[in-house]
Design a protein around this ligand. Structure first.
Ligand SMILES: Nc1nc2c(c(=O)[nH]1)N[C@H]1C(S)=C(S)[C@@H](COP(=O)(O)O)O[C@H]1N2
Ligand SMILES: [Mo]
Length: 312
């Protein structure tokens, strides 16, 4: 983690803008701020499911995920203050960590809902989460949410940085890699009961879990107790916010038989979460340079007769 002195740390805004700007945290905080709830999910989250080597617990299978209230300044306001030149199409955000981790983002997104965040859950960002300033790019893969933000350059083209040209790409069966898979597609996972839980006897339980979509609101979550043969609608707990985790729940009476629990999420674009088989038929089974990314298949937990819940 970089050691950053917030009294001297600066955010440099340059490239295809009328007036290059340098912000200290103090003058930056004078912009009007907003607070919004968004998830951040690593592109590699649940990649082991794609590989066919699922994690034993929900933490191990789907744990590269969080949901927070972020406070900061819309990037749009800051870019407009600087004046965007007509040729501009992208921005490049750079971290102040040793690797200067950098990502390119289309200007349309930068002017849509991206935040320059300095607060998380009502307190200052913690050092691990990017103190003093982090780019929050709602619904897009975790890697692009640059921590310890030090520079934003407005450009004509993407920079093709290591993370976007190699690491967070998806290898397809014809040997070509998909670039710029920005949005995290609709996904859901049952968190209770889940791997390593033990059901203490037959009777009523509440099945509950989390669903989200990088493209907007979750509109429906269905739950199956027979491995996907039949489905029933789960209840969506309020509030249901766009690009944020939504909790779902469903009462369930366990009769002591073997059960395969699954959840399936639909988002406001009409997209329905697919099965692993459907995804593998399109994307194959070749890992990229950093493993499997952008996997969002339906997750199964098995309840055994003795009440043990496992991933296999
Ligand atoms: N500057 C910088 N930002 C970064 C990273 C990094 O290594 N350096 N890691 C990224 C990756 S790969 C992910 S998944 C998210 C994780 O955010 P979290 O720690 O808040 O969950 O931060 C992203 N931002
Ligand atoms: Mo990541």
């Amino acid at each position: 983690m970089p050691k950053i002195d917030p009294t001297t740390h600066e955010l440099l805004l340059d490239g295809l803008i009328e007036r290059p700007l340098v912000f200290t945290l103090k003058n930056f905080r004078r912009f009007p701020s907003v607070s919004r709830v968004y998830f951040i999910e690593c592109a590699g989250n649940s990649g082991r499911e794609h590989e066919g080597r699922p994690g034993e617990t929900v933490q191990r299978s789907h744990g590269l995920f969080s949901n927070s209230e972020w406070t900061g300044v819309p990037l749009k306001n800051v870019l407009e203050e600087a004046g965007i030149k007509p040729k501009a199409r992208w921005i490049v955000a750079e971290g102040a960590d040793a690797s200067r981790m950098s990502r390119s983002i289309p200007l349309d997104k930068a002017l849509d809902d991206v935040l320059l965040a300095y607060g998380q859950n009502g307190e200052a960002l913690r050092p691990e989460q990017g103190y003093p300033l982090r780019l929050v790019v709602p619904g897009w893969e975790g890697n692009i949410n640059i921590k310890w933000l030090g520079r934003i350059m407005v450009t004509e083209e993407p920079f093709m940085t290591r993370e976007e040209a190699a690491i967070y790409t998806d290898l397809t069966p014809d040997g070509k890699a998909r670039w710029f898979t920005f949005a995290m597609e609709a996904k859901s996972v049952i968190t209770r009961p889940s791997g390593e839980h033990i059901l203490e006897g037959h009777g009523w339980y509440e099945i509950s879990g989390l669903a989200w979509s990088g493209r907007g609101r979750v509109t429906r979550v269905e739950v199956s107790i027979d491995g996907g043969k039949t489905w029933a609608d789960a209840h969506l707990n309020d509030p249901v916010l766009p690009k944020a985790a939504t909790r779902f729940s469903m009462p369930w009476r366990w009769d002591g038989s073997e059960v395969a629990l699954q959840s399936r999420c639909t988002d406001e674009t009409g997209y329905v979460q697919s099965t692993r088989e459907q995804l593998v038929s399109v994307r194959g089974l070749q890992a990229g340079p950093d493993g499997f990314n952008h996997y969002n298949g339906i997750k199964t937990w098995f309840v055994h007769r003795d009440g043990k819940v496992t991933h296999a």
